[in-house]
Ligand binder design. Structure first.
Ligand code: NAD
Length: 473
């Protein structure tokens, strides 16, 4: 593909006349028209996928890994136009941990997935029998994604599925279909016909896909409410599930933490992608001895971070992606104010930038039970809650049904580890929050879902185990 390709070229590949209008969050401008795929398109995609699966499986691990590596190279070759398309559609700026970072993560994850092996394992060898655990492809994978990290999460679902010899039908979020369709078109330059396809449409298209009788595995990332519907749908086709659902991650700052030293990492833990991240810091419990210094240091970092248009090289914070989410953020901040909370910074829409811009908002003086603490805000606002006893902070972290991530901040790694061990979450970070690694399994507990992505565990999740047993020689 030419290195001179622009985001308009990518758009032209995937937009259709008469489709559904997709508007840029930063400007409100029409970006393009996304296809409205139908039940017939679903049947076509499933039929083509099933027909393609045996030959794709027969290629073997080495050849499939080689394809993933070639796809990673292709993504790198169009990284800039793809990042610009993502920035325009999703709203995240180009710089900071945003659009360019997300596209870079796509090729990094493809390469890591290509390099990961799921070897067979001898599970019994006791002199009487030898039993070997192997993994086979699962078949057709339905990959349903959200709007916050549409490309990266798409790759998290697609790459291991393809690596294991499966075929995939993707259903991107109705808010961000065009960048995912463009990504799929790039992947398809290296894939046999039918192995990977994408269906664009709203929640009905997602519902029809996950309920299809030929689907064997559903990779779902989205809200807990939708996750429950996916579980119900899988009652009919008995598809296996990986559910990456909503979070309400707690951070606990211990009394021995150095507020100024941790402020920058706390900031990005909470506000990566302008707070629209599943495993972002969403409620911060700070010991009373350092509370005011942490708040002041965080406000200082916030003041230095430019909020602005998605395509501006200056911006590291952007708009809220859509009006629905903007409404949630505004409602939670307004409710906090009405309860007498202190708005340290932010607190009202930045209308001078556009209708969906909301500034970084730090809120103190709230307690557990306030909606801003108990509900997932999924946007640029963070409640900071003062505590005096670490046992209470741990109890607060664990009292909600969410269990995706959490973090502990301390100058004493041993002490931090002891606290981390008491928190109910799929991942607990120490002196950081939200960093993921392609070899470290990632997944939630409680209402944040079940199943693991990444690394060897992620490959197992898109395969079916098979045990072969023979008498010992
Ligand atoms: P959402 O649940 O509204 O939508 C997710 C996807 O599901 C969309 O593609 C949608 O069209 C589809 N869908 C809707 N109804 C469906 C149905 N009945 N059957 C099948 N598919 C259906 O979520 P969202 O608003 O796009 O994403 C935000 C949420 O996702 C937040 O709660 C966030 O925490 C969570 N999230 C979790 C992770 C994670 O890894 N755990 C990552 C990103 C986002």
């Amino acid at each position: 593909m030419s290195e001179n390709i622009t985001e308009q070229d990518l758009l032209d590949r995937v937009t259709v006349g008469g489709g559904r209008g997709i508007h840029e969050p930063a400007t409100g401008d029409l970006l393009g028209l996304a296809p409205r795929h139908t039940g017939e398109d679903l049947e076509r995609a499933v039929t083509a996928a099933r027909a393609a699966q045996p030959a794709w499986e027969a290629l073997g691990h080495a050849e499939r890994s080689a394809r993933l590596l070639r796809i990673a190279d292709r993504i790198d070759a169009v990284a800039e136009p793809l990042a610009r398309l993502l920035a325009r559609e999703q709203g995240k700026p180009l710089n900071g941990p945003n659009a360019r970072f997300e596209v870079g993560a796509c090729s990094a994850w493809l390469r890591a997935t290509a390099a990961t092996a799921l070897d067979e394992e001898v599970v019994v060898d006791d002199g009487r029998q030898v039993s070997t655990l192997t993994y086979r492809p699962i078949g057709l994978v339905a990959a349903v994604g959200p709007w916050n990290w549409p490309l990266m999460i798409g790759i998290w679902q697609i790459a291991p599925s393809l690596r294991m010899g499966n075929v995939v039908v993707v259903k991107p979020s109705e808010y961000t279909p065009l960048s995912v369709l463009a990504l799929v078109s790039i992947l398809n330059e290296e894939l046999p016909e039918g192995v990977l396809s994408a269906l664009s449409g709203d929640r009905e298209v997602g519902a029809a896909l996950v309920a299809h009788p030929d689907v064997r595995k559903i990779m779902f990332t989205g809200s807990t409410a939708t996750g429950r519907r996916v579980v119900e749908a899988s009652g009919a086709n008995l598809a296996r599930l990986t559910l990456e659902l909503g979070g309400n991650d707690a951070g606990i700052v211990l009394p021995d933490a150095d507020p100024e030293a941790i402020a920058q990492d706390l900031f990005w833990g909470a506000f990566i992608n302008t707070g629209q991240t599943c495993a972002a810091l969403k409620r911060l419990y700070v010991h009373e001895s350092v509370h005011d210094r942490v708040v002041e240091a965080l406000a200082g970092v916030a003041a230095r971070m430019p909020l602005g248009p998605s395509l501006s090289e200056e911006s590291v914070l952007g708009p809220v992606q859509n009006a629905m989410q903007f409404g949630i953020v505004s409602r939670l901040v307004d409710d906090a104010r009405e309860r007498g909370a202190t708005i340290v910074t932010g607190g009202a829409p930045a209308t001078e930038l556009g209708p969906l811009f909301y500034p970084i908002t730090l809120v103190t003086g709230l307690e557990d039970g306030a909606p801003l603490v108990d509900e997932e805000q999924f946007g640029p606002v963070l409640p900071i809650i003062r505590y005096s006893d670490v046992d209470d902070a741990v109890a607060s972290a664990n009292r909600l049904d969410a269990g995706l991530g959490a973090s502990v901040w301390s100058s004493d790694p041993e002490r931090a580890r002891q606290v981390a061990d008491r928190i109910e979450a799929g991942t607990v970070w120490i002196n950081g929050h939200g960093g993921v690694h392609p070899m470290a399994p990632f997944g939630g507990v409680k209402a944040s879902g079940y199943g693991l992505e990444f690394g060897v565990e992620g490959l197992k999740a898109v395969a079916v185990p098979k045990v072969v047993t023979r008498p010992a020689a």
